[in-house]
Design a protein around this ligand. Structure first.
Ligand code: ADP
Ligand code: MG
Ligand code: MG
Length: 255
């Protein structure tokens, strides 16, 4: 069973004004079978956390560690992390003109599984996965994310999730830009994938509404580059009622 451990993680990014520390000591452990919601105001560093764990080169880890099943992933490339079982659905999925969705998915599956999926099985597998997410099969031949609406991009992130079957999935604002119907379809996709009980999910979100569909076991409030408070699902209800003001105030007062 997989475990992701984030230990006292400090992350900086290079800006025009020099290096800026964004994550200021994040501690978080996610075990297989658990869903952790990370909630926080815009600009608090949630996406930075997801990029740092996935291995985006722009984000420098200045101290701390990220361990998958007890082994540090910090020296691994993005590809190696994916093979080890880490998956990131990005807040802003990138467009890849000239590469069809079906080729992209097959390459990704080949990289993660270590061998190319047999074509006949693969076609069936992709078709079923697309149907489950209400994605028109015609999308398979379109360039990755090119001209996709926000909601279509998010569905494709979850399509990848279902096909790649990672051990730890980080979903960065998968709910943003979705209407109610798309939110339900995408959430059902995530829940199907969670059913095995063998995967850990980090669900980053700004709003509580997705948590009505995907129930978290733990809720963490993220403010000013660290986790300000952790609790159970009731914490999300409290945030819905009170917002983030108290955490932003508390953090600023402390620094
Ligand atoms: P969130 O996802 O919580 O909205 P982000 O991680 O996107 O927050 O951003 C946190 C802070 O780090 C913001 O102030 C943002 O401007 C800054 N930041 C993030 N990525 C970069 C980058 N590549 N270059 C410069 N600043 C960045
Ligand atoms: Mg943001
Ligand atoms: Mg973000």
């Amino acid at each position: 069973m997989a475990t992701l451990e984030i230990k006292d993680l400090h992350v900086s990014v290079n800006t025009d004004e020099g290096s800026k520390e964004i994550l200021k000591g994040v501690d978080l452990t996610i075990n297989a079978g658990e869903t952790h919601a990370i909630m926080g105001p815009n600009g608090s560093g949630k996406s930075t956390l997801s990029y740092a764990v996935a291995g985006h080169p722009k984000y420098q880890i200045t101290s701390g560690d990220v361990l998958l099943d007890g082994e540090s992933v910090l020296e691994m490339t993005v590809d190696e992390r994916a093979r080890a079982g880490l998956f990131l659905a990005m807040q802003y999925p990138v467009e890849v003109p000239g590469v069809s969705m079906s080729n992209f998915l097959r390459s990704a599956a080949t990289a993660v599984r270590g061998e190319a999926p047999k074509l006949r099985h693969w076609v069936k597998e992709v078709k079923e996965a697309m149907t489950g997410l209400d994605i028109d099969p015609a999308f398979a031949e379109r360039s990755v994310n090119e001209g996709f609406s926000g909601g279509e991009k998010k569905r494709h992130e979850i399509l990848q999730l279902g096909l790649l079957q990672p051990k730890i999935a980080i979903l960065d604002e998968t709910d943003s830009g979705l209407d109610v119907d798309a939110l339900r379809v995408v959430s059902e996709g995530v829940n199907r994938y969670k059913q095995s009980g063998e995967v850990g999910v980090m669900l980053i979100t700004h709003y509580t509404r997705i948590l009505k569909y995907i129930s978290p076991d733990f809720v963490h409030v993220f403010a000013n580059g660290r986790i300000a408070e952790s609790g159970g699902p009731e914490l999300a209800d409290q945030l819905e009622a009170e917002g983030y003001v108290k955490y932003i105030g508390k953090q600023e007062a402390a620094s």
